[in-house]
Design a protein around this ligand. Sequence first.
Ligand code: SF4
Length: 488
Amino acid sequence: MKSSTELGDSGDDKPRQIIYTPDEDKLSEECGVFGVFLNDPARDAASLAYYGLLSLQHRGQESAGLAAARDGTIECRKGMGLVGDVFNTDTIAQLKGSSAVGHVRYSTTGSSCVENAQPFVSRFKLGSIAVAHNGTLTNADVVRELLEDAGIGFISSSDSEVIVNLIAKNYKKGLEKALTDTIKFIKGSYALVVLTGDSLVGARDPNGIRPLCLGKLADQRSGGGWILASESCAIDAVGGEFVRDIEPGELIIINKGDVLSFSFSEKTRRAVCSFEYVYFARPDSIIDKVDVYGSRIRAGEILGRESAVVADLVVGVPDSGVPAAIGYGRATGTLFGLGIVKSKYVGRTFIAPDQAAREKAVSVKHNVIHREVQGKRVVVIDDSIVRGTTSRRLVSILRKAGAREVHIRVCSPPVRFPCYFGIDTPHRKDLISNENSVTELCKSLGADSLAFISVAGLLESLDAGEEKSYCLGCFTGEYPIPVSGEEA
Ligand code: SF4
């Protein structure tokens, strides 16, 4: 995660600037993947993939890429920035072919540069493949070394490039065997979409840590087809119909309109990332049969049950805190209001010329509606506290706006441990809950009271009545996959 960084030094004549990161108090999204296979080979799939990527933009804003396959050849375009900045009608028109994959990236391994942008494409004697990956491989270094020892070169520092090189290396065994051999070799979290000359492939790691779902295009104009996407909101965005989630350890091969499913792993414990529901995913998505919006409402209701406080108003920190505030209000009978406003047009970072300007910039991302909170005892519902910076600022601007009391309620348990499965977390020492008790943290934020949802409460908010299990690693330190240096 990028935190505030100073640019320039006293030795040059450039002004000293501070890159201000308003979202530094959040875990950073990972990546989003999208794939489309149209049944009519005369149609182009790239524009549909572009719309799919636009709807997954919340999962990564550093780079975007699209690859399309025609007559066994794969063309790829990618660049730094938002989907709308990287692509225009001309670049999309250059990508010919009836199947395509796309990727939006926020770097978790490898630096932020165009070499690390995805999809990764490999062209070799037997064909071409393009790979888009969401997740983090825990054994990427070992696999990379083995491939390098075998004379295979790399162009990036991304862990995802080992996947494309492994598939290419195994390709002479046939697509299915190349894929299963690759997937059995890699460890960690992955939701993959892979494009070959004539197939679209999807795969989800044996624990299903990162989401991936299947959709269908029934539109007669496009001749129908299939979609793979990180979230169901992307299927909706291209007019598709949600079919089902890809199962943990499942490989899907879509070829000539047929959808073939293979299981490539022993049955393992399902461990979907619980943070997808708390913060990462869009509220209009459904992941593993649990609707994200509903889970946030339930989290608020449970917080109300676990840690109600007498107050005049409950407000949510946009965006994901708002449904939870609605739930808290329902459960406690507290009036719900829109007391905090978030600017949608401030990017991930912006430049403040000096520290004083940075202090003043506190309200650039979030501001308070004064008349709503003035003289009131206010409960603020946030999705998470990572470093504590946003919460501290919010308490301060709420008090300045005349709030009589400020009580913080958080719909995830304290984040105490790093994530190794595709989410960018600060160093352990920068996780404020790792260093402080809830009482100490409350004092440091300047709030009148502070409470987090319990782990049992979070699990209850995710339970759609089925036997399910989730990754809770960053809350409990118990990871679904052994992590070197961490107790499993
Ligand atoms: S450690 Fe946390 S953020 Fe990472 S996959 Fe598990 S629940 Fe998600």
